[in-house]
Design a protein. Structure first.
Length: 215
């Protein structure tokens, strides 16, 4: 899927949330190193691992998106992969039933003229009556993902005029499509810190771009 291009009201191109976050990697790559080592111990190549991770994780993400939109989906998958994806979707459904999830908007692209960035939110929804940003990850959760969802919240609040109460990260295991849920209250220390870090990166971003041109 092509990445959206974000522009302000005057037609000037703006960076995305994920582009800004590429300035740093808070989480590091220790998990990737462990994953590569485990592949070797299992007698698999990196290409084998990438293919397996991309297939199962992406298919689970696509299947959940289809479930949200009440659409059917055909998966080009092995029986083993289909079983893992089906299990993940079932876990998603059980969680949404318990949480009384009511989607408000999905795959919505927003732009902030004031803060000068854009982003595409997986979903804004009501969860147990609380307006929430929900983002789905097909891999590990890293600290910069907290910055990402908090930035999405800032976009929503500016563009839609509604206050976000909670932030949710759903992790789908790359190799087994397992389902994990992480929740952060808007007023939590985690979200306050994520907001401060993203604001600092947003301020640094134009200077970093200018610096590239001087090398």
């Amino acid at each position: 899927m092509a990445h959206p291009i974000y522009k302000d009201s005057d037609g000037r191109r703006l960076p995305s949330v994920t582009t800004i976050l590429k300035l740093i990697s808070i989480g590091g790559n220790e998990g990737l190193l462990y994953w590569a080592n485990q592949l070797g111990l299992d007698g698999k190549t990196l290409e084998d691992g990438r293919r397996t991770a991309a297939d199962v994780g992406t298919m689970a993400h696509s299947a959940i998106e289809a479930a949200i939109k009440l659409e059917s989906i055909e998966l080009d998958a092995t029986e083993e992969q289909r079983a893992m994806v089906a299990s993940c979707v079932a876990e998603w459904q059980r969680w949404t039933d318990r949480s009384r999830l009511i989607p408000q908007e999905t795959e919505v692209s927003l732009v902030s003229d004031r803060l000068r960035f854009g982003g595409t939110l997986d979903m804004v929804c009501s969860l147990d009556g609380r307006l929430s940003v929900l983002d789905i990850k097909t891999g590990n959760i890293y600290p910069e993902h907290l910055c990402q969802v908090r930035a999405y919240g800032a976009l929503w609040e500016e563009c839609r005029g509604q206050t976000i109460e909670e932030y949710h990260l759903l992790r789908l295991g790359k190799l087994d499509a397992s389902f994990h849920h992480h929740c952060y209250a808007a007023q939590s220390t985690a979200m306050a810190t994520a907001h401060a870090v993203f604001a600092a990166m947003l301020a640094v971003y134009p200077h970093a771009q200018s610096l590239k041109k001087l090398v």
